[in-house]
Write a protein that binds this ligand. Sequence first.
Ligand SMILES: Nc1ncnc2c1ncn2[C@@H]1O[C@H](COP(=O)(O)OP(=O)(O)OP(=O)(O)O)[C@@H](O)[C@H]1O
Ligand SMILES: [Mg+2]
Length: 308
Amino acid sequence: MFDQAQRLRELVDQNRQPTLSVVPPPPLPIAKHARTVAVTSGKGGVGKTNIVTNLAIALARRGKKILLVDADLSLANVDVLLGLQPKFNLSHVVSGEKRLREIVLEGPHSIRLVPAASGVQEMADLREDNLQTLIADFSDFDQEFDLILIDTAAGISESVLSFAVASQEVLLITTPEPTSYVDAYQMLKNLHRYTPHQPVHLIVNMATSEKEGRQTADFMREMADKFLQHSLNHIGTILRDPDVPASIRLQKPFLEESPHGPAARGIQQLATRLMNQTSNNGTSNDSEKSLWSRVIDFVKNGAVAHAE
Ligand SMILES: Nc1ncnc2c1ncn2[C@@H]1O[C@H](COP(=O)(O)OP(=O)(O)OP(=O)(O)O)[C@@H](O)[C@H]1O
Ligand SMILES: [Mg+2]
């Protein structure tokens, strides 16, 4: 009897002993970077700026937090289409005159715009510690967004390539004209050289019919398969629509001015497909480095590390 009671007391006492278990440290936060998509083309004037601006609006209306990066120096620009007038740009941040958040503009549906047409080269020339501070600022800021859309200039200058190559995905715009798709193919060839596994989505803009869009895309896809072994995803066709130039004259996005027109329908379809693509191919948020550090890597070394 005594032995049993004694044994029970011992067991109870044992259970009262503070347990010295090792508590695992909390996992290190994994830097989550927003999905980055650059809009580019070979030839100029094919509709990049209009597409990126209206796509941003379509996605923002669906609740996505969108950051637009304007990396195009030309006059007909994202800020004009959104009715914004930037006074400062990235170069003012690089020179230390402004903080990053001071150059960011707010457009419709809380779209944020970073005017970055100039300043990238200066950024790459910064002293390493200053550069890292700036990149860290950008990375913090980028985390507030679901999607970063980048409007680039036409052609294959280093600055255009740096944004296109540094983005996780590219929207390559062409029209059905041979001069336009031959140049778009050249752009693809350049991208392929640096980032052979980058998903490239093709948009045929200003097509007279869906069929014409498909034919153009099929032709380009065959070329890309045959000569580059780079798969090209035809993500959409946007029809030629007189409401597009009409809305530009009003400095309004056509998605707001003419929401039921053919071009607006094309943009809505594009927005849906782009969103579906994320869950399907898992390309987003999987890169360890932020957009800006990859842009700078490219400008400095002509190469960018991509998560595959
Ligand atoms: N779907 C469309 N239907 C009719 N016109 C269009 C369409 N898309 C674009 N445009 C016209 O094409 C012109 C060029 O468009 P936009 O400025 O967007 O091209 P871009 O590729 O950004 O040009 P750049 O290379 O100079 O930056 C605009 O004047 C616009 O009116
Ligand atoms: Mg443009």
